[in-house]
Write a protein that binds this ligand. Structure first.
Ligand code: FHN
Length: 426
């Protein structure tokens, strides 16, 4: 009986080990690239010469574009500048450790060679080739993990996919269970079978999902990619491994939940030629630090143009973030949440070491006095080092905690980081 139990338990133990290893990798990664790309990148926020408000990838719904008219955009989707090696290199040089790409968004358009729909890059565009395969190969070559976004319940092209969500054309209702059985579930099987290891599965907008419908998806995931990291948006009361900050409520005992926040560089996920409201690279680095200091992963979005090119403002920001990460990445990768409730001048991330904790102090607002107060720090500080210069900075113990003298730090640095080696626990 004992041997039988061990034998039966072996796969479960192996799967738990896979899941633990994936989560450990994911925690250390801290920083990823989200990519929203598809037919919506062709109109890019414009219809019949007029601007369409809202998200670029929502134009079919927001502008009430009939399927036939929207399908005509696919005839113009010919990404001659698509260079997955360059995409992965730009992500890697920005310090990103994983990419999550939209395999199918709400418009129902598949960026892969699906056998369960004609509405795909292979069958509906002049380009005619699977876009995920070369990206998966480039990721493997460059050591980048690859995750997939899939809009499981919201599909404005396949009848039944629009059933739950208030799609503008109510003649497109159809039967949701039929859509799941004939399109969505088989496509999830395809993306989890044909591209190797998938690091993260990103479900989105679970309208109309029920436990029964969700089970059709989870059965496939368990069979094909056991231990995969999934987010909290499948629906049907299925909890993923990662959640969004809104759902991360420590008071409800979700303390050990892992969380990830995704953000745009401007105001849209999918490319819009009219959206120039770009966040500065310093704002983006602050977001990365802020999310990491709260124990989360930061998934920063890129919306490529229809040609496959990353817009220049995105390339510029990725390079600026990469320059900062080149100097400061040890304060991000593998760190945990700050022990301080609030620091008036910035954020803190932490790494546990054998001799105590290493604190990384990220300075958003440098005090005019150049005296950096760390109230409440009771452990014993041994060294204070500026990551950008490698030089130690003078510090002193005070009744409230510690003060570090920043005067030797060059002025006008982008978020300088101080490494504080300490002994003992915080
Ligand atoms: O409706 C989608 C939206 O287009 C985009 O993909 C975001 C990314 O988090 N998810 C949904 C809105 O929450």
């Amino acid at each position: 009986l004992l041997l039988a139990t061990l034998f039966l338990h072996k796969p479960v133990i192996a799967q738990q080990k896979i899941a633990a290893d994936k989560m450990d990798w994911w925690h250390k990664a801290r920083f990823g690239m989200f990519i929203h790309w598809g037919v919506y990148s062709v109109p890019a926020g414009i219809r019949n010469g007029g601007r369409v408000d809202g998200l670029g990838e929502w134009i079919m719904q927001d502008a009430h574009i009939p399927r036939a008219e929207y399908a005509a955009f696919a005839k113009q989707f010919n990404p001659d500048k698509y260079d997955p090696e360059a995409w992965v290199r730009m992500a890697r040089e920005a310090g990103m450790k994983y990419i999550v790409v939209t395999t199918k968004h709400h418009d129902g358009f598949a960026l892969f060679n699906t056998q369960f729909s004609n509405w795909s890059v292979v069958k509906a565009t002049p380009y005619g080739k699977d876009l995920l395969k070369p990206l998966a190969e480039a990721c493997r070559r460059q050591g980048m993990k690859l995750g997939f976004y899939y809009s499981q319940a919201n599909d404005w092209y396949h009848p039944g996919g629009a059933a739950a969500y208030g799609y503008w054309d109510d003649t497109q209702r159809g039967n949701m269970d039929e859509y799941i059985d004939k399109v969505a579930a088989p496509q999830v099987r395809e993306i989890l079978s044909n591209y190797g290891d998938v690091a993260e599965l990103w479900w989105d907008v679970p309208t109309g999902m029920t436990p029964e419908r969700a089970a059709k998806f989870t059965a496939i995931v368990q069979q094909l990619q056991p231990g995969i990291i999934t987010n909290d948006r499948l629906g049907g009361d299925v909890k993923g491994d990662i959640t969004t900050p809104e759902q991360y409520v420590p008071a409800t005992g979700l303390k050990n939940r892992n969380w990830e926040t995704c953000m745009t560089m401007n105001d849209t996920w999918g490319y819009k030629s009219t959206d120039h409201n770009w966040k500065t690279s310093t704002e983006l680095i602050r977001n990365l630090v802020d999310v990491t200091s709260k124990g989360g992963n930061y998934l920063l979005n890129v919306g490529p143009e229809a040609s496959g090119a990353f817009p220049q403002p995105i390339q510029d920001r990725l390079q600026a973030i990469g320059a900062w990460m080149k100097v400061n990445s040890e304060a991000i990768y593998g760190t945990s949440a700050s022990p301080f409730k609030k620091l008036s001048w910035g954020r803190c991330t932490v790494k546990s070491t054998t001799h105590g904790n290493t604190l990384f102090l990220h300075i958003f607002n440098r005090p005019a006095s150049d005296q950096l107060e760390i109230p409440g720090l009771q452990t014993t500080v041994t060294t204070a080092t500026a990551l950008a210069t490698g030089k130690q900075l003078p510090w002193k113990k005070t009744t409230e905690g510690y003060t570090i003298d920043l005067s030797a730090l060059p002025q006008h640095m982008v978020i300088p980081v101080i490494r504080l080696e300490t002994t003992g626990t915080l």
